[in-house]
Design a protein around this ligand. Sequence first.
Ligand code: NAP
Length: 465
Amino acid sequence: MTQPGTPERPLRVAIIGSGPAGFYAADHLFRRKDLIIEVDMFDRLATPFGLVRFGVAPDHQKIKTAIKPFEKTASNPNFTFYGSVDFGSHLSLEDLKNHYHQICFATGAQTDRQMGIEGEDLAGSHTATEFVAWYNGHPEYRDHVFDLSAERIAVVGVGNVAVDVARILCRTPDELAKTDITDYALEALAECNVKEVYMLGRRGPAQAAFTNPEAKELGELQGADIYVPPAEAQLDPLSQAYVDESDDRKLLKKIEIIQGFANKPATGKARRLTLRFLVSPTELCGDSAGRVVTMKLVKNELLDDGGRLRPKPTGEVEELPVELVFRSVGYRGVPLPGIPFNDELGVVPNEKGRVTSDGTQATTGLYVTGWIKRGPTGIIGTNKPDAGETVACMVEDLEHGSFNKPADPTPESIRSLIEKRQPQYVSFDDWRRLDQMEIAAGAAGGRPRVKFTSVEEIQSALNKS
Ligand code: NAP
């Protein structure tokens, strides 16, 4: 029998997850002009594009143009989208093996790392991902409630997600009204009482994980003054020694931006965003109703640990009164049914994207790309070369005859299985209709779109309920 990849016998690939990693993988596959490849992409959510829709901040519309090439990929006649189809409940690994030569997981990192401190689960303490998913209209988070009557809010972590959360909390209603933030979030944020937002970095300015354009934007908010305690803007001796030797211009710029904030006079805006460094939360303390009222912090110093500067508590402590806490200390992958998982790293063990059962032995026909492969690092574009590496392995394995031997690889057979298991699945044409409806709904208010935020709304708009 001929190898799959010919017009008579196309290579059938399933990609699980329709965020950037999944779409870049599809694109790399379609670029192989020597092979006929059919890609079926599955997402447990009704709508495609993963974190571009539910993660990228609503006031960062330019970043959302990343979907343009994905729309082009989706218009390939060999591409099929099955939205609202959940791997693990609607389809098992065995089902996929019965229908596809290769299966690539691009499921991202769907949960958060824990801080591991007392009081982390008190009322008023949330993960940043919950808040981000809420204001972005993720159907599973739209009913979350955040007590925005709080005047003082702490965001733990100084990565770009923490910056997004802090910035959204500091934006004025007018600034937010021009975005595609959900109406319920717009309303709640317009009424919020916040006066102080603290972003807390456990290491120093030189180790801040945020990127420079995002940091700079914090100094340009209409409704909030930025502040950095001058002593915390200074570099500790180890960081200073590193910086003195470094020609990393981005790093030097980052320090300049942060130190500029320390010298920026307050202009009497309604809110203040304070960036703190070298502090770690050690405990969240609650009132008698179990609501956060205070965060205990310890001052850190930095320690050289084999070339990496790590935070070490000094014993100097302080209490920061805060009524709401967002923990933004990084995302974490979740295990996939039937697929090996490295619990320590929160990723699927793999070698360049080939899923490995014991860390070395490749598992035939199974691949990963994106955050579930390498962990939650990098920007959207980082997923492109990452997917390229995985697809190169897929093609190499195909050439060596190493792929699943599905009993029934025809597109019709998987479609009829899905119609049986999830008759309300959403196709890419369905999504195009939803997209047009959302854009039309936004046009009246001069907004990019007004999102559908529940499965029921989506099904009803598509006449599927
Ligand atoms: P991140 O960049 O890894 O930042 C995590 C932050 O949490 C770091 O400051 C880290 O400090 C801190 N942290 C970790 N454990 C901690 C603990 N136990 N206590 C206190 N602080 C702790 O992760 P992220 O912000 O979730 O972003 C994920 C990825 O998405 C990043 O690559 C980011 O650039 C990207 N992203 C990009 C954009 C954009 O381009 N606009 C927007 C959002 C996200 P240490 O450095 O000390 O570990």
